[in-house]
Design a protein around this ligand. Structure first.
Ligand SMILES: [Fe+2]
Length: 191
């Protein structure tokens, strides 16, 4: 299959990493137009919650030393970053970070830090990034430089971002055994 710039992430695919995999949600959670490091990539996240969890991107780790920057063009959200203590032990997180973001801001994704974006606002969350486009086949949907398997295995990151009393909060993902250090960006942990 030739490379196509457009791809969409469906509810069916997102079930793998949702806090509540059987909850009802929109057919498509987000839309991607991939132009790579030269033209940049644009991602548009639907607003809303699925089983209480705000709609998010799937999340991935980079293969190799790749870094990238995300520029937030519209909306409000939360970026989650986590670095594993050892890739052979995806259930132990060395460092976890939640960063609240809004239009006009940017976030740097250092090499080695898994990342995902969450839409916590009432409108689309629109972002641009400078990640390369590579890989064969369906590379617009699942780029070759990104590793999704550890996120799939752990059914998401160490915390889920949920809506509680109208504001975002964090819920522990029970599959993780330990988070050594964390910066929760002002978000409360609830149960
Ligand atoms: Fe990335």
């Amino acid at each position: 299959m030739a490379f196509e710039a457009y791809a969409a992430r469906t509810q069916e695919k997102m079930r793998e990493v949702l806090m509540a995999p059987d909850a009802t949600g929109p057919a498509i959670h987000y839309y991607m137009v991939r132009g790579g490091s030269k033209k940049h990539n644009v991602t548009i996240l639907e607003p809303g919650t699925v089983g209480g969890e705000y709609i998010k991107t799937y999340g991935h780790y980079h293969v190799g030393d790749l870094d990238e920057t995300y520029w937030f063009l519209s909306g409000t959200g939360v970026v989650l970053q986590q670095k594993l203590a050892d890739p052979a032990q995806p259930e132990v997180v060395a460092e976890f970070k939640a960063i609240q973001v809004k239009a006009g801001e940017s976030v740097y994704m250092p090499p080695g830090y898994g990342h995902l974006m969450v839409n916590t606002g009432p409108t689309w969350l629109v972002m641009e990034d400078d990640s390369p486009v590579d890989g064969a086949d369906d590379s617009a949907s699942m780029p070759g430089h990104a590793d999704y398997e550890m996120v799939k295995k752990m059914r998401g990151f160490a915390y889920y971002v949920i809506e509680r009393d109208g504001v975002p909060a964090l819920i522990v993902n029970p599959l993780y055994k330990e988070v050594k250090t964390s910066d929760l960006g002002g978000l409360a942990i609830v149960s």
